[in-house]
Write a protein that binds this ligand. Structure first.
Ligand SMILES: [Zn+2]
Length: 238
C-alpha cells in the first residue's frame, strides 16, 4: 500500500471518528432530554394533594351547611310553640309547663348545634387555607414544568435536526472508505468506547496510555500501512 494512500485513508477515518464522536454526544443528549419529558413526580404529588384539599374543603362546607339547616329546622319548630305558649289559648298550668319544657329543650338543642357550627366554621376556614396553599404550590410547579417542557421540546427538535445533519455527513464520509476498512473501523469503535483510532503521543498510544515499541512507532509514522496498537487494537494516528 502506498504511503500517501494510507495517510489519506487515516485522515478520512479520523474525520469519520470526529463525526461519530459528535453524533454519539448528540444522541446521548437527545436520549437524556427525551427521558426528562415525563411529568415530574413532585408535580403529580402536588396536584393530588391540591385535589384532596379541595374535596376536604367541599366536605367541610357541606357539613357546616348541614348544621345550619338543622338549626333552622328546629328554630322553625320553636316559633309556633312560643305563639301557642303566649297566645293565651292554653290555660292549664301543667300543659303550659310542658310546652315551656319542650321549648327549652329545643333551644338547648339549637345552642348545642350552634356550638358545633362554630367549630365547623373554623374547620371550613382551615380547609380553605390548606386548599389555597396546595393550589398555589401546584400552580408554581405546573408553571415551572410547562416552561421546562417547552424548553425541552425546543432542545429535542434542535438536537434531532443536528443529528440528522451529522447522519448525512457520516454517510458521505463513510462512502470515502472501503467496505472492509469500514467494517473493521465499526468493530473497533464498538469494542473500544466509540473510538477506533488513537493518536500517538511520542511513543505512547493515547487510547490506552501504553508505551509502544520503537519499530511500531516508526511504522505508524511512516504511513505505509495501518498500524494497530498491540494492547487496545486501535489504529494508530501519527
Ligand atoms: Zn492502545
Amino acid at each position: 500500500m502506498l504511503a500517501g494512500h494510507t495517510m489519506s485513508l487515516i485522515a478520512d477515518l479520523w474525520t469519520l471518528q470526529e463525526i461519530d464522536v459528535a453524533l454519539d454526544a448528540h444522541r446521548a443528549s437527545l436520549a437524556d432530554a427525551e427521558s426528562r419529558l415525563d411529568e415530574p413526580e413532585a408535580l403529580a404529588a402536588a396536584r393530588a394533594h391540591a385535589d384532596a384539599c379541595a374535596s376536604a374543603l367541599h366536605e367541610a362546607r357541606s357539613a357546616q351547611r348541614d348544621l345550619e339547616r338543622e338549626a333552622d329546622d328546629i328554630r322553625a319548630k320553636v316559633g309556633p310553640l312560643e305563639t301557642k305558649l303566649y297566645g293565651g289559648s292554653i290555660r292549664n298550668p301543667k300543659e303550659l309547663a310542658g310546652l315551656q319544657a319542650d321549648i327549652d329543650q329545643l333551644k338547648r338543642h339549637i345552642s348545642s348545634i350552634e356550638d358545633r357550627d362554630l367549630e365547623a366554621l373554623a374547620a371550613v376556614e382551615a380547609a380553605e387555607s390548606d386548599a389555597r396553599a396546595a393550589a398555589a404550590e401546584r400552580d408554581v410547579l405546573q408553571a415551572a414544568w410547562d416552561a421546562e417542557r417547552e424548553e425541552l421540546a425546543e432542545r429535542i427538535a434542535g438536537l434531532r435536526l443536528e443529528a440528522a445533519e451529522e447522519d448525512g455527513r457520516r454517510r458521505e464520509q463513510a462512502a470515502l472508505v472501503s467496505t472492509d476498512v469500514l467494517k473493521m473501523y465499526d468493530r473497533l469503535r464498538a469494542a473500544h468506547g466509540g473510538r477506533a483510532l488513537a493518536r500517538l503521543d511520542r511513543n505512547l498510544c493515547t487510547g490506552c496510555r501504553i508505551s509502544l515499541p520503537t519499530n511500531l512507532v516508526t511504522r505508524a509514522r511512516g504511513g505505509g500501512a495501518l498500524v494497530h496498537c498491540p494492547n487496545c487494537e486501535r489504529i494508530l494516528v501519527a
